[in-house]
Design a protein around this ligand. Structure first.
Ligand SMILES: [Zn+2]
Length: 101
């Protein structure tokens, strides 16, 4: 949907600018929703009902957290998937361990 922005701290990507980007709605599960809010370093003051109308983009999740539909056009998130924890140091880190499972 146009107008939906990723709520992850400093991301704010949307599907208008980034075609093909998948956005994932905050989960209904209160515990998991809170982890999403904490890890994305934003929206901490919102309650679960309000969080449920917010989105994070695919870039904050591990590829292993996605479930692909048979045609691979759409992906879903595993029910317990949580985004990476926001960390100021994480950018430009040399990737010595690509392919970690
Ligand atoms: Zn994002």
């Amino acid at each position: 949907m146009p107008g939906n922005k990723c709520q992850y701290f400093n991301c704010l990507k949307n599907t208008v600018k980034y075609l093909g980007l998948s956005m994932f709605r905050f989960p209904k599960d209160r515990t998991i929703s809170e982890i999403w809010a904490i890890n994305s370093a934003s929206l901490l003051s919102l309650d679960v009902e309000k969080l449920y109308s917010r989105y994070l983009c695919q870039e904050h999740f591990c590829p292993d957290d996605f479930i692909y539909a048979y045609d691979k056009k759409k992906k879903k998130l595993k029910p317990k998937a949580v985004p990476f924890k926001f960390n100021l140091v994480v950018e430009n880190q040399p990737s010595t361990s690509s392919g970690t499972k």
